[in-house]
Design a protein around this ligand. Structure first.
Ligand SMILES: [Cu+2]
Length: 156
């Protein structure tokens, strides 16, 4: 009788430890990074088709920039440059002017993500992780474009 009781206790303990194991596993799920696709286009009239892009913090963003125009990259090139908060855009754009050989992308710590420069009929895709919640500026850094080719990149 005593033996039976002991084994009953042992079984109960074994069972409860099994249950505990399951709960432990449930409590720490491995969260996969969610991904989102966004697109933005630019044309021969020096315009982006969107002035606001919205994503969620920490999501993996795949952004495609499409140049819907026909003009060559040297004349009407476009890119997408996402800037850190507090960046002096005019100052950044003047640095970009010097970076002709790098598609007007200057060496800068102010860049979160950027595409290369493209011409009419081309497109380019980049992938990056959305930064912390907040509102960021994006521009096209081709000479003279940022004044009209800019928008807000909102991370929620
Ligand atoms: Cu442009």
């Amino acid at each position: 009788m005593k033996k039976l009781l002991l084994s009953a206790i042992a079984i109960t303990m074994l069972m409860s430890s099994c249950v505990n194991d399951k709960t432990k596993k449930k409590n720490k799920p491995k969260e996969p990074i969610e991904s989102v696709n966004i697109s933005i286009s630019a044309d021969d009239k020096m315009r982006f088709n969107k002035t606001e892009l919205k994503v969620k913090e920490g999501h993996e963003v795949t952004l495609i920039l499409i140049h819907t125009g026909k003009m060559l990259k040297d004349v009407m090139g476009h890119n997408f440059v996402l800037l850190k908060k507090g960046t002096d855009i005019a100052d950044f754009a003047s640095k970009a002017l010097q970076a002709v050989d790098n598609g007007y992308i200057p060496q800068s710590k102010d860049i979160i993500a950027n595409t290369k420069l493209i011409g009419g009929g081309e497109s380019v895709t980049i992938t990056f992780i959305a930064p912390a919640k907040g509102t960021y500026d994006f521009i096209c850094s081709f000479p003279g474009h940022y004044g009209v080719m800019n928008g807000k990149f909102i991370v929620e």
